[in-house]
Design a binder for this molecule. Structure first.
Ligand code: ATP
Ligand code: DP6
Length: 420
């Protein structure tokens, strides 16, 4: 690789899903390495609905590392991005592209700079775990470009250093992040429990709740909780270890009743440790509480859980229905209580829109004609505009390489992000 050789651009493009925890990660025992105080379990969401797509390019003509997110250049100087780049570069191997006449030796990767362009097919920094999809995608795609050994445990451990929850987005289906014991973090990585086909009846509906207030970031919120909440010790040492075992059993046996009870209890305990933090952290709002109450009343009236709810560091509700039929009944209840502000159903339901017709909801008139759910006590209040929109999804697959060049977000001729 000399200065006289023609300049080339070598690229790889990948797509990674986001994930939602059903047993939450909250609290670090090491801030720099991102080592958690307990194990956690998540379900990966279908990348067609929520995912990051990232193109990484290397060229001897790039004078520095650069990154564009959703078409805007962002700084790569942050410690987390730098940790991921460093750890992947360390593991880079020889790459040869005979067609393009490119030969990169293992040791050349230390000198080659990269350009990264990423795009999220859902809102960034809106409490929908864009950082999990984004950082997993960055690590996965850099690994492909640099021909890193396909050890998913190791990739997950590197993604963890970008954002803790990102380590779980390296796999599809249900995933467990094992907290590990080692001080250097070498055993803190995610493993796949079952793939996305194991429990494919599940339907996931996300209610994106309108929120004007600025939330406390997960990173600073969990730092404050570790420093001030006595309840967190009890949660991490006593409650979560036994819950993890029960959750693993529930997932393996597709035991929805147990799965739903554990998921709801863990979400509620996570928000309880937030409240136990000084000063207290409030992530849920009145709409979140109304959704919990709607689900609890319905589950109670049926005698057995139909739907599980879980909330991350924000007011959005993630609702997991046991099957499609249940999901349609859930949707009728949600749209009855939270009708759209605008007279447009199409933009009120994103992702798998076919759930609307399955629920018999083709138009606003159908929503207006919905009867009050029988378990609701009169007078039935409606809260138009309190939910911004819904996303209907399902358990999905892990990261993959996109080989079709049309998906690339970097122009191979200029080496810059397309459309900027
Ligand atoms: N596709 C991406 N590629 C690389 N980094 C990303 C990507 N998407 C998001 N990020 C990083 O994650 C940050 C947003 O993370 P933040 O935790 O604020 O929001 P979130 O992950 O969407 O929500 P939450 O963590 O509350 O669920 C961005 O500022 C950026 O640094
Ligand atoms: C509530 C959570 O979503 C917290 C996620 O925290 P992050 O992974 O965003 O935090 P950092 O490791 O500091 O980047 C629960 C979870 O995903 O398990």
């Amino acid at each position: 690789m000399g200065a006289t050789e023609p300049q080339w651009v070598l690229m790889a493009t990948g797509r990674s899903p986001t994930n939602i925890a059903v047993i939450k990660y909250w609290g670090k025992r090491d801030e720099a390495l991102i080592l958690p105080v307990n194990d956690s379990i998540s379900v990966t969401l279908d990348p067609d609905h929520l995912s990051a797509t990232t193109t990484v390019a290397a060229s001897p003509s790039f004078p520095s590392d650069r990154m564009w997110l959703n078409g805007k250049e962002i700084a790569l100087s942050g410690g987390r991005f730098q940790s991921c780049l460093r750890e992947i570069r360390k593991r880079a191997r020889d790459v040869e592209d005979e067609k393009k006449g490119i030969k990169i030796k293992k040791e050349d990767w230390e000198k080659l700079h990269v350009h990264i362009a990423s795009y999220n097919n859902f809102p960034t920094a809106a409490g929908l775990a864009s950082s999990a999809a984004g950082l997993a995608c960055l690590v996965f795609t850099l690994g492909k470009l640099m021909n890193v050994n396909e050890d998913y445990g190791e990739l997950s451990s590197i993604a963890r250093q970008g954002s803790g929850s990102a380590c779980r987005s390296i796999y599809g289906g249900f995933v467990k992040w094992c907290m590990g014991k080692n001080d250097d973090g070498s055993d803190s990585m995610a493993v796949q429990l079952v793939d996305e086909s194991h429990w494919d009846d599940l339907v996931i509906i996300i209610a994106v709740v309108s929120s004007k207030q600025k939330e406390t970031s997960s990173t600073s919120g969990m730092r404050d909780t570790v420093e001030t909440s006595p309840l967190l010790q009890y949660r991490a040492q006593t409650v979560v270890p036994s819950r993890i075992l029960k959750m693993e059993d529930a997932i393996k046996n597709r035991d929805f009743e147990s799965f739903a009870r554990l998921t709801c209890a863990d979400s509620n305990q996570f928000h309880a440790v937030c409240l136990d933090t000084s000063p207290p952290i409030f992530y849920m709002n009145d709409t979140s509480h109304r959704i919990i109450s709607l689900v609890e009343k319905w589950n109670h009236s049926e005698g057995t859980p139909q739907v599980a709810y879980t909330f991350d560091a924000g007011p959005n509700a993630v609702l997991i229905a046991r099957n499609r039929k249940t999901a349609t009944l859930l949707l009728q209840r949600l749209l009855y209580t939270f009708p759209p502000q605008e007279n447009d159903l199409d933009s009120y339901m994103l992702g798998d829109k076919s759930i609307l017709s399955d629920a018999g909801l083709q138009s606003i008139a159908d929503v207006e004609a919905l009867p009050a759910p029988p378990e609701m006590k009169a007078p039935n209040q409606k809260f138009k505009g309190d939910v911004s929109y819904f996303i209907c999804s399902r358990p999905g697959a892990g990261p993959k390489v996109l080989t079709d060049e049309s998906h690339a977000l970097i122009d191979s001729a200029t080496g810059l992000a397309k459309g900027v």
